[in-house]
Design a protein around this ligand. Sequence first.
Ligand SMILES: CC(C)(COP(=O)(O)OP(=O)(O)OC[C@H]1O[C@@H](n2cnc3c(N)ncnc32)[C@H](O)[C@@H]1OP(=O)(O)O)[C@@H](O)C(=O)NCCC(=O)NCCS
Length: 176
Amino acid sequence: MALRAFKGVSPTVPASAYVDDSAVVVGDVVLGDNVSIWPGAVIRGDVNHVRIGTDSNIQDLACLHVTHKRPEDPEGAPLIIGERVTIGHQVTLHGCTIGDECLIGIGTIVLDRAVIEPRVMVGAGSLVPPGKVLKSGYLYVGRPAKEVRALTEGELEHFAYSARHYIKLMRAHQES
Ligand SMILES: CC(C)(COP(=O)(O)OP(=O)(O)OC[C@H]1O[C@@H](n2cnc3c(N)ncnc32)[C@H](O)[C@@H]1OP(=O)(O)O)[C@@H](O)C(=O)NCCC(=O)NCCS
């Protein structure tokens, strides 16, 4: 089964969201409307919470987790994803914050307490180190991820396009 409770807390999945049967969503995870979770993705909200905003998509084999709370770190590191965000295939997100309308490229790793401001593109295969802040409106690539250039108007428009495209695609999958 794709949805599993942990310590009495079950994921919250609105009727408008889509979780593929082969994905695993555990514990304190709240999905916004029209969120799609694609085959093989794992979202584990066991030792902290995960929040995914409206119209975002989490693509195949993505791995999302959090860091636990302890006396010297009482909040730990939850995972917060904004609205209209595209998380590419095989991305790993750990205890970080992703702003609205970002695209995290295929195979990228984002570590604890990194903050990706709204409308950032992270190129495929990048690594965002712990606590790093990526600023709004820029393209970052590499390991570690470095600022490359400002995004073009077309790229900025693509964020919302990508979100809309994935909503259409999930409806088609639900109807198949
Ligand atoms: C980074 C990206 C946006 C291309 O940006 P761009 O400005 O058009 O870059 P170009 O293709 O002109 O390449 C410029 C240079 O960056 C390099 N480059 C391109 N993508 C790169 C990446 N992800 N990481 C490191 N270097 C990269 C190119 O090899 C090239 O290097 P060179 O100048 O030494 O030849 C694109 O390659 C990318 O990674 N897109 C993400 C796609 C994705 O994962 N989508 C999610 C799908 S659902």
